[in-house]
Design a protein. Structure first.
Length: 174
């Protein structure tokens, strides 16, 4: 894995997030908080969990340790989620901009609750964040579709095609 590959995956991640958030802005407050069978129970809680994962792992990878979880109650509206996610996107790019290809293979470690040290390769953690978010973005896309606000296709190949059609290196970053 090299830094260019990581940039592409991170850009895809934010492209997808923005697409989902744009459609989430179209749902009602009742739909945002309606119970569902998905893993976090509501559209709002699923979005906040996905945001929390991106934030928490980024801070950890930057040496800040593990963060307390973001609370859904602190993000009662789509606008509050969008605002915080926009900041997180900027923070991710600032983090990515500090990395080199060599950094991607450095080890990141922590002591688990059982006292055992866990160790990961940095690019594996970055990939984990994007992959983990894929499950929850699929849940969000499903709920949005049920609510009549389908985000359309969110496949990586659709992102690549849109980027190519726009003749852009990245779609979500100036």
């Amino acid at each position: 894995m090299n830094l260019q590959d990581i940039r592409e995956l991170v850009d895809y991640n934010f492209w997808t997030n923005r697409r989902l958030l744009a459609m989430t802005a179209q749902v009602t407050a009742d739909q945002l908080n309606a119970p569902s069978s998905h893993s976090f129970g509501t559209l709002q809680r699923t979005l906040v969990h996905t945001l929390d994962t991106e934030w928490g792992w980024r801070v950890f990878m930057q040496g800040g340790g593990f963060t307390p979880p973001l609370e859904a109650k602190d993000f009662p509206t789509v606008e509050s989620i969008q605002t915080r996610w926009h900041q997180e996107e900027n923070d991710w790019w600032a983090f990515i901009d500090t990395l080199t290809d060599a950094d991607l293979n450095r080890k990141v470690s922590s002591k688990g609750n059982n006292g055992m040290v866990q160790e990961w390769v940095l690019w594996h953690l970055i990939y984990h964040v994007i992959n983990h978010g894929g499950q929850h973005r699929s849940e969000v896309a499903n709920l949005l579709t049920v609510y009549g606000q389908s985000p359309g296709e969110i496949d990586f190949t659709v992102y690549l095609s849109e980027r190519k059609a726009a003749n852009a290196t990245y779609l979500t970053r100036a």
